[in-house]
Design a protein around this ligand. Structure first.
Ligand SMILES: Cc1cc2nc3c(=O)[nH]c(=O)nc-3n(C[C@H](O)[C@H](O)[C@H](O)COP(=O)(O)OP(=O)(O)OC[C@H]3O[C@@H](n4cnc5c(N)ncnc54)[C@H](O)[C@@H]3O)c2cc1C
Length: 433
């Protein structure tokens, strides 16, 4: 399409980050801290992506198991410090599951992301959606975003695609896996929060008991609960609980017709789970429904084909790489499109490293990705997608973009030891200690 006549504004920046989720926000902050003129584009009117639209618990910072080690550090610690200073986070210790979680207040987190952005001198363009890219061979010269003002062309030296769905990568014609492949992508979940819960009484039952009651409710014929499992947890607010129960499987969450139907069904399912909870669970007798997630939670769509693709074997063998940028000890947690969830753990206390090459779309000249659209197989993705690791990837991508400008080369050609040195200077954890 010829946008030339319709473009009402032109902008220029050194580093352009698309998507203000855990990965993109961290990438923009890192790039800004490295002194690069940085612009972050986000489709919603606030930052955080999945961290503020759907969830309230960071996993991946701590590895599961007895050691319970913290394996993500650096700029993400500055975010945790700000949440802590506002009494807006709590640790939920857990040896199993995904390990210890950091539960936060997502409303406070929106402001914390904004503060970090401003401290790093990052310009933020909200309510703006990527519509197209302008390419020349393997180089992306600019990105066209659409918003209430019309079409804006943003030219940039380096672009970081942190859209979760690899939108920029796909528009630029670089290859991806995930949707359309023979392995279905993970299921989707509308989360919801419940208020006025008697927390003391909720201690009267276990998760297994709740699952048994779900089975009984379904067998009674009076309820329709597609998933007879899921979880509910405390939040930073008294008497408020958050859930992860709804499950919907669609082949392609980037297909807007399928996604629209899933949004509607997701809310319907959520209300059915709430009805069950109020009727069956001690402590929920007087509870009230507070809110649905801003949108349905999408776990997996496009995964780019990068210079390296992280595999299940890499994860389970706790593999190490020369170009490591992030550590991860999270299990493979596959919310596949059937009943149940598949869990596969690394050996006790072990971690694998995420190679920098997973952030470089194959043959691209000035593009990096960060977050859940990294280059990984379906199984490896089911381990590495936690928000702790997404922030770690974002931090690395932001610094790599800055180095690429300083070293006047493509992101694929930067000196890895410089990237790793910088990451360590910020406090990133790249090796087991
Ligand atoms: C239901 C569910 C439960 C989960 N539970 C947990 C959990 O408890 N703890 C945990 O650590 N992880 C959990 N995960 C995984 C984790 O939340 C995600 O993998 C992670 O948040 C992805 O971060 P991201 O920055 O890559 O993408 P996102 O957070 O999805 O950010 C992408 C951003 O890009 C924006 N965007 C997208 N397309 C465009 C476009 N074209 N133009 C402009 N902006 C765009 C979006 O609005 C968004 O802000 C869960 C995921 C889901 C879906």
């Amino acid at each position: 399409m010829n946008y030339e006549k319709r473009i009402h504004r032109r902008m220029k920046t050194e580093v352009l980050v698309i998507g203000g989720g855990s990965a993109g926000s961290m990438a923009a902050i890192a790039s800004g801290k490295e002194g690069k003129k940085t612009l972050l584009v986000e489709r919603y009117g606030f930052l955080g992506g999945t961290s503020t639209t759907i969830l309230d618990t960071f996993y991946g910072f701590y590895i599961p198991g007895i050691s319970n080690r913290k394996v993500v550090g650096g700029i993400p610690d500055q975010l945790l410090k700000k949440l802590n200073e506002r009494n807006a986070m709590l640790l939920r210790p857990n040896t199993y599951g995904a390990g210890t979680g950091i539960t936060y207040d997502p409303e406070v987190l929106k402001v914390v992301w904004e503060e970090l952005m401003s401290e790093a001198s990052v310009d933020v363009l909200l309510h703006s959606f990527v519509a197209d890219v302008v390419t020349e061979g393997n180089k992306i010269n600019g990105v066209i975003v659409v918003n209430k003002s019309g079409f804006t062309l943003i030219e940039a030296d380096i672009i970081i695609d942190a859209s979760g769905d690899a939108d920029v990568t796909a528009l630029a014609g670089f290859p991806f896996d995930g949707i359309g492949s023979h392995i279905p992508v993970q299921s989707l979940t509308t989360t919801f929060r419940i208020g006025n819960v008697n927390e003391e009484r909720t201690k009267l039952f276990t998760k297994n008991q709740m699952w048994e009651w779900m089975r009984q409710a379904n067998q009674s014929g009076k309820y329709h609960l597609p998933r007879e499992e899921g979880s509910v947890h405390i939040t930073t607010l008294p008497g408020v609980m958050a859930t992860n129960m709804v499950r919907l499987a669609i082949p392609d969450p980037t297909d807007i017709i399928e996604l629209s139907k899933a949004e509607i069904q997701g809310r319907r399912q959520a209300l059915e789970y709430f009805r069950f909870m109020k009727d069956y669970l001690p402590g929920y007798e007087q509870s009230v429904f507070l809110n649905f997630s801003t949108q349905i939670g999408v776990r997996e769509t496009r995964r780019v084909i990068g210079e390296y693709t992280l595999t299940k074997e890499d994860v389970l063998a706790a593999r190490k790489f020369e170009d490591a940028i992030v550590l991860c000890g999270a299990p493979i947690e596959d919310h596949h499109n059937q009943a149940g969830t598949k869990w596969e753990y690394l050996p006790e206390g072990a971690t694998y490293q995420v190679p920098y090459r997973c952030l470089i779309p194959k043959d691209s000249d000035n593009l990096l990705v960060a977050g859940r659209c990294l280059s990984a197989t379906h199984d490896a993705h089911a381990s590495v997608r936690s928000m702790g690791q997404c922030m770690g990837m974002g931090q690395a991508a932001g610094i790599a973009a800055a180095l690429s400008i300083d070293q006047d080369c493509s992101p694929a050609k930067i000196r890895i030891e410089d990237l790793q040195k910088k990451l360590i200077s910020y406090g990133a954890i790249l090796e087991d200690v």
